[in-house]
Design a protein around this ligand. Structure first.
Ligand SMILES: Nc1nc2c(ncn2[C@@H]2O[C@H](COP(=O)(O)OP(=O)(O)O)[C@@H](O)[C@H]2O)c(=O)[nH]1
Ligand SMILES: [Mg+2]
Length: 301
């Protein structure tokens, strides 16, 4: 089931990679194949460093080892998989940050659903108090996921909404608080400072919180995802990344570029717009779902 979602989500990326390699034909010289692999990875938005590292790794190995070498180096660049961190006791708090439109609110809804399926009770803090419509959107997701929502008044300090949501979760003995923040530009210092304030407020409400600060990045923006991500690095103590919209474009390699640039573990991946289209990151499934069919170009056959 989940494997199908990976295959389907990364279909466009896989086909684009495969098309570039199929174009070679079986009689291609080794150097041509290496060039094509590197170009294909660049076109999938893996970034220059990742593409050349993959090339170097497969170039050192015998031609028949190419598929295995490709898989090994891709796994190393993608991983390791790290699970989301839960509190040892009491509520767990995860804060979602990122630019506008990255998929934070959608991811909060999907995460609430995943947690519900594990029998956990969830409170979502609608800490995007800049737009009234933002709270409505959170309410829709909360309803779908069967989560409780804590919302502030319009323009209320988002840090105080997060604080209240944690108090509510403690009173109700809820298991998980998801703090959905407003989108902010990664180059606007005032908004980034506010993010630090939200994160600190969760720690005051509950020692040990937040247990995750997840940067949500839009994987369909390819290389731009890296710039977004870097802008958030100093603003809050990020613990992991959620790469959304990997299904949206043939740019599934952007996950590797973000991972390479930030050295933060990818923890979640969005593979579609539906509430069930969020999966825990698995390097194995990711790499397998992207891997081209080597037999078509006669490599490793
Ligand atoms: N295809 C696809 N669309 C997504 C995914 N995650 C979010 N979206 C869409 O991205 C848009 C922006 O999402 P939203 O959660 O409002 O972003 P926010 O501004 O960061 O809260 C919405 O239209 C979502 O349906 C995903 O994994 N795949
Ligand atoms: Mg939002």
């Amino acid at each position: 089931m989940i494997w199908d979602r990976w295959r389907k989500g990364l279909e466009r990326t896989r086909e684009a990679l495969g098309a570039r390699l199929r174009g070679l034909g079986r009689s291609a010289e080794r150097e041509e194949v290496l060039d094509a692999v590197e170009e294909a990875l660049l076109s999938a938005d893996c970034g220059v460093k990742v593409a050349s590292e993959v090339r170097r790794a497969i170039e050192r190995r015998a031609p028949e080892d190419m598929p295995a070498a490709f898989t090994e180096v891709m796994l190393r660049l993608a991983g390791p998989a790290e699970p989301l961190r839960w509190a040892a006791q009491g509520p767990t708090v995860w804060v979602l940050v990122g630019v506008n439109g990255a998929g934070k609110t959608t991811t909060a809804g999907k995460l609430a659903m995943l947690a519900k399926q594990q029998g956990k009770s969830v409170v979502i803090a609608a800490a995007d108090t800049y737009r009234a419509a933002a709270t409505d959107q959170v309410a829709v997701w909360a309803e779908r996921a069967g989560a409780e929502i804590v919302q502030g008044a319009e323009r209320q300090d988002p840090a105080s909404v997060a604080f209240q949501a944690i108090e509510r979760a403690q009173a109700r003995r809820a298991d998980l608080v998801l703090v959905d923040t407003a989108g902010r530009l990664h180059n606007r210092q005032g908004l980034l400072d506010e993010l630090g304030k939200i994160v600190r407020a969760t720690g005051r409400a509950l020692p040990g919180a937040p247990h995750e600060v997840l940067l949500v990045v839009d994987g369909a923006t390819g290389q731009n995802a890296v710039a977004q991500a870097q802008g958030f690095m100093g603003a809050a103590p990020l613990t992991g990344v959620c790469v959304t919209k990997l299904d949206g474009a043939a740019k599934g390699g952007s996950l590797l570029a973000v991972r390479e640039a930030l050295s933060l573990p990818v923890k979640l991946v969005g593979l579609g717009e539906a509430i069930t289209d969020l999966v825990h990151f698995s390097p194995e499934e990711y790499v397998q779902a992207m891997a081209p069919n080597w037999q078509e170009i006669g490599a490793g056959a």
